[in-house]
Design a protein around this ligand. Structure first.
Ligand code: OFO
Length: 162
């Protein structure tokens, strides 16, 4: 069955959102490098690569459905943050936003009775659960341990193991 034009457009829009996410995390990685927090920079760089994979997975899905992929323009990400907690709070809020986008795609696929897209999106629903949990738990850790250099050193070392 042919994928609808509206679903193709919505997935193309999500491809852009995934690349935008990638750039946001790459900019966060650069911010951490500049602060000398190389473990956090490493964590964000990994996140950037994951987001590129998310975009590619959508691209491959549209290819599979014989639909046209539009390679998007990527928005310039924010460069500066007040501290590590600010960065991870922003990342957590961003993942909640992305989850809401994925849920809208699911709603659309259900409305259109597009079972193949519903099945494909299941992976993203599960992935978003993990993404929110990952960023949210780092926010909790930063809030719990505080912002002093010793706490930052411990969390930075922990994140370097990702
Ligand atoms: Fe693609 O999950 Fe984060 O944004």
């Amino acid at each position: 069955m042919k994928i609808s034009d509206s679903m193709t457009a919505a997935i193309n829009d999500q491809i852009k959102a995934e690349f935008d996410s990638a750039y946001i995390y790459l900019a966060m990685s650069a911010y951490f490098e500049d602060c000398g927090l190389s473990g956090m920079a490493h964590w964000m760089k990994k996140q950037y690569k994951e987001e590129v994979e998310h975009a590619e997975k959508f691209i491959d899905y549209l290819y599979e459905r014989g639909a046209r992929v539009i390679i998007p323009e990527i928005a310039k990400p924010k460069e500066n943050y007040s501290d590590a907690l600010d960065v991870f709070k922003t990342a957590y809020a961003h993942e909640q936003y992305v989850t809401s986008r994925i849920y809208k795609l699911v709603d659309m696929a259900v409305e259109e009775k597009d079972y193949a897209t519903q099945s494909m999106l299941k992976w993203y629903v599960d992935e978003q659960l993990e993404e929110e949990d990952n960023t949210g738990s780092i926010v909790s850790k930063l809030e719990f341990l505080g912002k002093d250099n010793h706490s930052l050193y411990i969390i930075d070392r922990e994140l370097s193991a990702r």
